[in-house]
Design a protein. Structure first.
Length: 377
């Protein structure tokens, strides 16, 4: 039986990850369009298909974590030192993120509120500086009715903590024990079952400022760790369309079972992570789907994700009583993609490791192949 993930490195690099990441970023835009326009995602198509257990935005974000689990584990194993690994992670996450949160505070908030441009108090300057710790600080005001200026940023610190977690497990030698990821995934999902069945949603208490809302970890860790496990067991996991179809069918059926919550939610949440990870990797390495050149002009997914929410907030403020919802969605998708393009060309690509000289000893400004095909924020 063929393997889900090709055996040789060259075949692994011929993948569709860039296209999938961009599609997932746009899927988040689609989902948030319902939330910001209608103040609910209940009518969003994937939410309807999943009976409200997940929506398109949920799946988009969790797919990012699944891809990252796979790619970041690969990056760790291919890194020569922990310093080189950490440098790549920092350079991929921080520049685009810091520019985005700063623009939100200094440009978008004043433009859509009563706040004057350039008006900064000492505490606000410290808040902006705290974004070096991925605190997601944006100056608060009456912009957008006092709602979140950029509600998508919550996932960025969790993502970076996952990077540090992989490094810690690697340095401690835990990753040399092959079942490590599977044991972690099973443990996290088991605790999630207990939390959901008992109605507990821990916020982290005094650690919340450092690790974020504790309960969110039980959402994002399973796909990340299962993605890493898929890389570790890449020589074992079979490729089967029937298995994928069965997982998808089981997940959809669980979402629609006539069971009282939280049991229905628990069953669906148990099935979704392995289904999503298997589905993403199935598409990523499907030889019949040729999307390997999706990032030939740049990886726009990260910038699209960083800027989409404030762009949508601005469009809602400007267009709510002017255009119908479908026009708003099209404008949101187009503007978010344009922001992703701008973020890539103006910020992100300049911080990726580059080949210093080619055969003719002239500087080559292209990002290293590994950074554009096997690294994900």
């Amino acid at each position: 039986m063929p393997l889900l993930i090709p055996r040789d490195d060259k075949a692994q690099r011929s993948n569709n990850f860039d296209a999938i990441r961009l599609a997932m970023a746009l899927l988040v835009v689609w989902s948030h369009s319902f939330a910001l326009w209608f103040h609910t995602e209940a009518g969003e198509w994937i939410s309807l298909a999943m009976a409200g257990t997940y929506n398109a935005g949920n799946l988009g974000v969790l797919a990012f974590f699944a891809i990252s689990g796979f790619l970041i584990t690969a990056s760790w194993q291919r890194s020569t030192t922990w310093r080189s690994y950490l440098k790549r992670r920092v350079m991929r996450i921080y520049p685009g993120y810091l520019i985005a949160v700063t623009l939100c505070s200094l440009v978008i908030v004043p433009a859509f509120s009563s706040r004057a441009f350039g008006a900064l108090r000492g505490a606000e300057m410290l808040g902006i500086a705290s974004n070096l710790l991925l605190r997601n600080y944006i100056i608060t005001s009456d912009a957008f009715g006092g709602g979140a200026v950029n509600g998508s940023l919550w996932s960025i610190p969790y993502e970076f903590w996952c990077y540090l977690g992989v490094m810690a497990l690697g340095l401690c030698g835990v990753l040399r024990w092959r079942p490590a990821y599977l044991v972690i995934a099973i443990g996290v999902m088991a605790v999630r079952v207990w939390l959901d069945m008992t109605g507990r949603h821990p916020d982290g208490g005094s650690l919340k400022a450092i690790i974020g809302v504790a309960y969110f970890w039980f959402n994002v860790l399973p796909p990340f760790v299962l993605g890493g496990a898929a890389y570790i067991y890449r020589d074992r996991v079979p490729r089967s369309g029937w298995l994928l179809a069965g997982l998808v069918a089981a997940t959809l059926i669980a979402a629609h079972l006539p069971l009282a919550d939280p049991l229905r939610l628990v069953l669906t949440r148990l099935l979704l992570p392995p289904t999503l990870v298997y589905g993403v990797l199935y598409l990523a390495f499907d030889a019949r789907v040729r999307m390997g050149n999706a990032a030939r002009f740049g990886d726009f997914s990260y910038g699209c994700y960083l800027y989409a929410f404030p762009i949508q907030q601005m469009l809602v403020a400007l267009l709510r009583h002017v255009v119908p919802f479908p026009v708003f969605v099209i404008a949101a998708l187009a503007c978010s993609l344009a922001a992703g393009v701008a973020s890539w060309y103006l910020v992100e690509r300049w911080f990726l490791p580059r080949v210093r000289s080619g055969p003719d000893h002239r500087k080559d400004r292209r990002p290293l192949a590994e950074e554009t095909t096997l690294v994900a924020p």
